[in-house]
Design a protein around this ligand. Sequence first.
Ligand code: GSH
Length: 200
Amino acid sequence: MYKLIGSPKSRAFRVMWMLEELGEAYEQDAVAPRSPEALAVNPSAKVPAFMDGDELILDSVAICQYLADKHGKFTHRAGTIERAKQDSFTLLALDELDGALWWAAKNSFVLPEELRSDKAAPACAYEYERGLGHLEARLGDNQYVMGDEFTVPDLIIGHCMGWGINVMKWQLPKGPLISYLARLRDRPAFKTAWEKREAA
Ligand SMILES: N[C@@H](CCC(=O)N[C@@H](CS)C(=O)NCC(=O)O)C(=O)O
């Protein structure tokens, strides 16, 4: 049995979604970021963390990619050109979307108050919008970033877009990204994970 450590409203949601996509059972310890329980498994006290048997894995993207590789689904094989292209979308999501969202969050409630800047949120919104523009150009007419198949970066991007809309109130630009996100949210695994998140 897999064990997911982290509250559903954190980036642990990414792992919940991946586990639902894979149809794998798991138990969840909904510990809060920066809690003593999070510190017990991660020196940074960040969540999520993940146990596969006795092995501990840190970082939502590392966990999702590990699960996709292990189960041979939602990923191209390591060492292929397709995998390099797939990873470049994962890194776009992290650099341009997650990075902007997280820096805005840090300046709103994470950093010590004296280090927060009022200018961070608009700068981050600007960067996020630019990142969406790059994503839109690379998505083209595809259903998912790698074509017709849903892969790890779609899940990370879908999570970031939800975070932008629900928490930051940063809307998507009119155009194909709106139907792309609707497609992601229409996946049964997303819906199941979301219901579990809301029920928690
Ligand atoms: N790159 C990491 C980031 C983890 C992370 O920052 N998680 C947040 C909650 S979503 C957290 O634990 N923050 C506590 C902190 O930054 O001190 C991942 O994707 O798992």
